[in-house]
Ligand binder design. Structure first.
Ligand SMILES: C[S@@+](CC[C@H](N)C(=O)[O-])C[C@H]1O[C@@H](n2cnc3c(N)ncnc32)[C@H](O)[C@@H]1O
Length: 304
């Protein structure tokens, strides 16, 4: 057993009760956990829904090494390909719990954390070629500015990118933190920490191609879900939520042609309907117990 395993087991999944309530009306069959992490959602579903056969995925090798469950090591954008290759044509539903896990954040050697010093890595899949060191030390100023602006709307993106380039080599997370701090100068501490958070998040999203992953996966999984089955997404920041919202709107709309056009040209077919509520947030009680849940939004759609 890996010595990090205890760290995996102590975390509790976000919005477990709300996820259970959505899953309670899905048909029996294969239910996919697209983001196994430390397995909290997986175990919760397993314990509460004996009629569901769980199939789990994660792109992080640590996750596989720290679990007793069978987990497929793939990006969730590859799940539909996996289903085809394994002759699975229907699933009862799928859960995505996006973003980085507490374990990844807390383990300084992974380079996600701006609070502890570590190598500039940020890869969720340790086999991926590109890491944060490459981006920070090899990309040009415009590329870095674009990453910062596009992935978090960072207003100081150009200035920070210029200072990153002139401070190279930047070897560790704390060196990067110091460059960002010096770049924005004297500001109130909250503004400084939010800027650092946005920059780290931007590099992480870029390194892991996170937004494309969501888009590709949702667009390719929609035809595998059975009638009354569900697609559930837990998002943690506005860019993730925007993508989910856009795709769910397409899935739940029969026609999105401009109203001024007399004949439908989009030929869109409504495949899903929203559940009772379009968005669900964690309770105050959950947020006080687990502050990291405070940014979570749950959205789900039901197959028609
Ligand atoms: C927030 S954690 C999930 C926590 C999990 N639901 C639990 O209850 O323990 C997100 C997990 O998804 C994984 N992940 C993120 N993006 C992924 C992707 N594109 N494909 C596969 N796994 C991904 C991460 O490696 C991480 O382990």
């Amino acid at each position: 057993m890996n010595e990090n395993r205890a760290g995996y087991l102590e975390h509790e999944g976000v919005m477990l009760t709300e996820v259970n309530s959505v899953i309670s009306s899905t048909p029996p069959g294969i239910f996919v956990d697209a983001t196994y992490g430390y397995g909290s959602h997986y175990r919760n579903i397993k314990d509460n829904f004996s009629e569901l056969d769980l199939l789990a995925f994660d792109r992080d090798i640590d996750v596989l090494n720290n679990s007793n469950s069978e987990i497929v090591h793939l990006n969730f954008s590859q799940i539909s390909e996996y289903l085809i290759n394994n002759n699975i044509d229907r699933i009862s539903g799928i859960l995505y719990d996006f973003g980085v896990s507490s374990h990844q954040l807390d383990n300084y050697t992974r380079g996600f954390s701006y609070s502890n010093d570590g190598p500039l890595d940020m890869r969720m899949n340790q086999n991926d070629e590109i890491n944060a060191f490459e981006v920070v030390n090899k990309f040009n100023e415009i590329e870095i500015a674009n990453i910062l602006f596009q992935n978090s709307g960072e207003k100081n993106s150009r200035r920070i990118a210029r200072d990153i380039v002139s401070s190279r080599p930047i070897e560790s997370t704390q060196e990067l933190v110091n460059v960002i701090k010096n770049s924005i100068g004297k500001q109130n501490p909250k503004y400084i920490s939010q800027t650092i958070k946005r920059c780290f998040q931007s590099f992480r999203i870029y390194v892991n191609d996170e937004l494309n992953e969501i888009q590709k996966s949702l667009n390719s999984i929609k035809n595998f879900v059975e009638t009354n089955g569900v697609i559930i997404c837990l998002t943690y920041h506005s860019l993730e939520d925007k993508i989910v919202k856009k795709i769910f709107t397409e899935l739940t709309t029969s026609c999105y042609c401009d109203v001024s056009i007399p004949v439908c040209t989009c030929k869109n077919e409504q495949l899903y309907a929203y559940g009772k509520k379009k968005k669900i947030y964690p309770s105050g009680k959950e947020i006080s117990k687990n502050p990291r849940s405070s940014s979570a939004t749950l959205r789900y759609v039901v197959k028609l």
